[in-house]
Design a binder for this molecule. Structure first.
Ligand code: NAP
Length: 257
C-alpha cells in the first residue's frame, strides 16, 4: 500500500521508523524544505512544496497513493488544508496526527496572542531581553518592536528574512532539557519569551523553566487546522494504516478515480 506521510515533525519521523522495512507499506515522507539539512530518514523522502492543491493532487495520482497521513506541525495549517481538499477530490483516506497543546499551569505567566505581530506589540514599550523561540520566517514581525534585544533560537540562519536591529542567534534543533533551558534563560538574562504552543515534550522544557523563573511567555495561538481522521500519534497512525491494508483499500488507479 502506497502511503504519503506529510512530515516535518517528531511524529512523522516516528511513523517513518515504524513503516521502514514493513513490506505491507510503501511510504514516502514529504518535507516542506524549511531546514537546509533535515534529519536522515529510513524511508524515501521528497522535499519541497507540491504547488498548491492541484500540485498535491497531481503528485498523489502520479504516485498512485492509497492513503495520506498528515503529521505536520500544529502551525502548518496551509498544507493540512491542501491535504483535506486533495484527498476529498480523490476520495483518498486521510488521517491527521493531532498533537495536544500544552496546558497552562496555575503559576505559568502566559500572555495569549493570536499572531507574531501581536506578540511583538505585547512585549511593551520598555526595552527588554527577549528570547524568540520561533521559526526563522516569523522573526520579521519583531522589526515593529526595535527597542528590544532579541535572542532567536533557530535551526538555520535567517537568510533574507528582514530582522529587528538588535538580534543575536543560537542555532539548535532540540530536543532541549529543562536544566539547560534554565541555565540559558539565566545566562542570557531573559525577561520574556515568545513561543508557539507546539505541544509535545521536545520543546516544553523552556516553558517549564520559564515558569520556575517566573518569566512571562507570550504564547502565539494555534491556527485552526483542517484535518482528516484524528490520531494520537505514530502508533495510532500505524494501526489506522493496518486497518486500511487489511480491508485492501485500493490506490487511486485501482479505484479508477
Ligand atoms: P504551511 O503554512 O502549512 O505550508 C506552506 C506551504 O509549504 C504549503 O502550501 C506547501 O507548499 C509547503 N509545505 C508545508 N509542509 C509541507 C510538507 N510536509 N511537504 C511538502 N510541502 C509542504 O507550513 P509552513 O510554512 O512550513 O509553516 C507554518 C508554521 O509551521 C510556521 O509557524 C513554522 O514555524 C511551523 N513549522 C513548520 C514545520 C514544517 O516542517 N513545515 C516544522 C515545524 C514548525 P505547496 O502549496 O507548494 O504544496
Amino acid at each position: 500500500m502506497r502511503v504519503l506521510i506529510l512530515g516535518g515533525t517528531t511524529e512523522a519521523s516516528e511513523l517513518a521508523q515504524l513503516l521502514a522495512g514493513d513490506n505491507r507499506f510503501q511510504p514516502t515522507l514529504s518535507l516542506a524544505g524549511r531546514t537546509t539539512s533535515p534529519k536522515p530518514q529510513p524511508i524515501p523522502t521528497r522535499i519541497g512544496g507540491f504547488g498548491g492543491i492541484a500540485g498535491l493532487e497531481a503528485w498523489l495520482r502520479d504516485n498512485d497513493i492509497a492513503a495520506v497521513v498528515d503529521a505536520t506541525h500544529p502551525y502548518a495549517a496551509q498544507i493540512s488544508a491542501h491535504a483535506v481538499a486533495a484527498c476529498q477530490t480523490l476520495s483518498l483516506p486521510l488521517a491527521s496526527i493531532v498533537r495536544p497543546p500544552w496546558m497552562r499551569a496555575d503559576d505559568d505567566r502566559w500572555i495569549d496572542v493570536d499572531t507574531a505581530q501581536a506578540a511583538a506589540a505585547a512585549l511593551g514599550a520598555e526595552p527588554a531581553r527577549v528570547f524568540l523561540s520561533l521559526g526563522r520566517l516569523e522573526l520579521a514581525a519583531f522589526s515593529a518592536a526595535p527597542q528590544h534585544h532579541y535572542i532567536a533560537r533557530t535551526i538555520d540562519a535567517a537568510g533574507d528574512v528582514p530582522l529587528p536591529p538588535d538580534i543575536s542567534f543560537v542555532y539548535d534543533r532540540g530536543p532541549f532539557d529543562e536544566a539547560k533551558e534554565e541555565t540559558f534563560l539565566r545566562r542570557e538574562r531573559i525577561q520574556a519569551i515568545v513561543s508557539k504552543n507546539s505541544g509535545g515534550p521536545a520543546t516544553y522544557p523552556k516553558i517549564a523553566a520559564a515558569c520556575r523563573l517566573q518569566i512571562p511567555v507570550v504564547m502565539i495561538a494555534r491556527p485552526d487546522k483542517p484535518r482528516g481522521v484524528p490520531l494520537d500519534g505514530a502508533r495510532d497512525a500505524l494501526r489506522w494504516l493496518e486497518g486500511l491494508s487489511a480491508h485492501d483499500v485500493g490506490s487511486i488507479s485501482r479505484r479508477g478515480v
